[in-house]
Ligand binder design. Structure first.
Ligand code: CA
Length: 223
């Protein structure tokens, strides 16, 4: 029985124009009324996750920066340091190898970038030298601490709610969701997901992005 649903945001709750699916919002509220725990994990920043959580009405903790930070009960928790990602980002930016994105001003544990003058492999190799990792969310690249991924967020929720893996359903559309696609969790993708993630999924939904969220939540509630 599914007790917790962990959703990605961009491309899962939102469409390619980044509009939130109103069907998904309604479905999340209904699922929570039925006692299903719903949480969000995104590469986006705490202020954005604060807004989505508040205005959609998500009750469980939500995760920003690919699991690096959590927001709940008017408190922000950070689980990874900022010093190394920031230091490497600043150096690579000054060398003209990447460019930051607007949301970096609100980041607490990682930096986001778009490529500029260097290949993704080159940036990733530089990151590895400093014990860091990179991941592409499909919207931007992220420079992260080792172990900082959506799988970390999943473990935090599993522990907080004393759940087994098979009581958790995860849904995402891009490669930065792969870390939460763990062996015994129920893995779901919307029809717009990247092929690499589709190949890891237990269920490929008929609907795209947020309408897919509504589709799977309806299915869970009918069990
Ligand atoms: Ca996504």
């Amino acid at each position: 029985m599914i007790k917790l649903v962990l959703l990605d945001v961009d491309g899962t709750l939102t469409d390619p124009g980044r509009l939130i699916s109103t069907r998904a919002v309604v479905a999340i509220r209904k699922a929570q009324k039925d006692g299903i725990i719903v949480s969000l994990a995104s590469g986006n920043v705490v202020p954005v996750m604060y807004g989505i959580k508040t205005f959609v009405g998500v009750k469980a903790p939500v995760f920003a920066e690919n699991g690096g930070a959590m927001f709940q009960n008017d408190e922000i928790s950070t689980f990874f340091p900022m010093d190394m990602p920031k230091k490497l980002f600043d150096r690579l930016e000054s060398e003209g190898k990447l460019k930051g994105i607007l949301s970096n001003r609100w980041r607490l544990t990682s930096m986001a970038y778009v490529l500029s003058g260097a290949s993704p492999e080159e940036i990733t190799a530089e990151a590895h030298k400093d014990g860091l990792v990179t991941v592409n969310s499909g919207y931007s690249w992220h420079l992260l601490n080792k172990g900082q991924d959506k799988g970390f967020a999943l473990e935090k929720l599993k522990e907080a709610y004393s759940l087994d893996y098979d009581e958790i359903l995860v849904m995402g559309d891009a490669y930065n969701d792969a870390a939460m696609f763990k062996e015994n969790v129920i893995k779901v993708v919307p029809s717009n997901a990247e092929d690499s993630l589709k190949s890891m999924a237990d269920h490929i939904l008929k609907e795209k992005d947020g309408n897919g969220v509504a589709e799977i939540l309806k299915k869970i509630r009918s069990f």
